[in-house]
Design a protein around this ligand. Structure first.
Ligand code: GLA
Length: 384
């Protein structure tokens, strides 16, 4: 059974009637453009072929019932006037957040039966939380019959859940990647204007996400610290955000910035350049250069932005050493988690076997590999 069929079948079993809407919101990989989104810079993520599926039907009473496959298989019930009460499991946070946001806008979404299934690995660095946020927004808007929102606006509502409800200061990349793509390609996203441009990944390359199996640590505090350092650097440079800085400007202010802020700013400036360059090299199908940009992104994240860890350095080095690999780098917030690599499509299985073995020999850890295909962003299927 596909995950789509499983979710619909379990919905009927758990609730005793059929779902009316089926929401799909994919996870994301990020080819390049790391820690640039909150600097109003450029990122190049893609929606991947792993997603959160949410089957939904309205209820006549004011309860939001949520059943999650694979996570304790338990049924949670939340009254619509108590969505602010924190409850476990955390999955419900995004659903409560979506209802809360609509209520803040003066809308009154009804109760609902909801069943969630997902094949995005949790903690696998493919933004399962952002996908649940986007799916929750799609679900509540479908129930309200509200079709005024564009995919971009839906992504921003999902970001609002993080900023205003869960209190996490994320950038816009993950939600945009889950909601926006209209087809099987990456997007170049300008995080200032929020304009997007499709970027086709050449057929002969595969995107392989590798989970180092080293859990992320200190992420929240270090993430907030990096954001603060970027703001401090921008202030010294006299620019609105680091998006507006150039390498010359950064070097000119080297002594005022000091070593740390200089390196933080240099990462953001050069990463924006690399991300824009990536569009051109992919358009000309120059995968060798694309790989170099990815490798340089890693070195910059490791040396200037200091968000890598030893295991990810080893993992990406083993990946890079394989002859089928164009490039590899740490992906996402950092301090553990995942890498992304660009690999010759026909040699993916040899690449996976070799890197898995060498990484295990060096670290004792069993990495997990996810071969990703770009897909379209979130959607709602009306079933009846
Ligand atoms: C996390 C955030 C994103 C982005 C990345 C770093 O994944 O959710 O918004 O800032 O870190 O590029």
């Amino acid at each position: 059974m596909t995950i789509r069929e499983t979710v619909l079948a379990r919905f009927a079993q758990v609730y005793g009637h059929d779902a009316q809407y089926l929401v799909r919101a994919p996870g994301r990989a990020n080819l390049i453009g790391e820690h640039t989104d909150y600097n109003e810079g450029f990122v190049m993520p893609l929606a991947v072929n792993r997603a959160v599926w949410m089957a939904v039907a309205p209820r006549e009473d004011d309860q939001i019932c949520v059943f999650t496959i694979d996570y304790g298989d338990e049924l949670v019930s939340i009254p619509t006037n108590q969505v602010q009460e924190p409850i476990w499991p955390h999955w419900t946070t995004y659903i409560r957040g979506a209802w809360w946001l609509m209520q803040q806008q003066g809308q009154n979404p009804c109760g609902a039966d909801i069943l969630i299934g997902s094949d995005i690995p949790i903690g696998g660095g493919m933004s399962s939380s952002a996908a649940i946020g986007v799916a929750s927004i799609e679900a509540v808007l479908a129930l309200l019959g509200d079709n005024r929102y564009t995919q971009k606006q839906k992504a921003l509502l999902a970001v609002d859940i993080e900023h205003k409800f869960t209190g996490v200061p994320v950038g816009v990349m993950d939600q945009m990647a889950s909601a926006i793509p209209e087809g099987p390609y990456a997007i170049l996203l300008d995080c200032r204007s929020l304009e997007t441009e499709p970027v086709v990944i050449p057929q002969q390359a595969s995107i392989v996400v590798i989970n180092s199996m080293k859990p992320r640590q200190l992420v929240d505090s270090e993430y907030a610290l990096r954001r603060q350092q970027c703001e401090d650097a921008a202030k010294i440079l006299g620019v609105k955000s680091l998006r507006d800085a150039t390498l010359d400007l950064v070097n000119q202010y080297a002594s005022t910035l000091g070593d740390v802020l200089l390196r933080r700013a240099r990462h953001v400036v050069t990463e924006n350049e690399r991300t824009l360059k990536m569009r051109d090299v992919l358009m000309s199908e120059n995968l060798t250069q694309a790989g170099e940009l990815i490798n340089n992104s890693h070195y910059s994240l490791r040396d200037d932005y200091e968000v890598s860890i030893q295991e990810l350095d080893i993992l990406t080095e083993k990946a890079r050493q394989h002859q089928a690999c164009f490039g590899a780098r740490i992906m996402g917030g950092g301090f553990g988690g995942c890498a992304v690599s660009l690999v010759q499509r026909e040699q993916v299985s040899g690449f996976v076997d070799a890197v898995k073995e060498q990484y295990a020999a060096a670290t004792g850890l069993q990495a997990e590999f996810y071969v990703c295909e770009p897909t379209a962003g979130s959607s709602v299927e009306f079933l009846v």
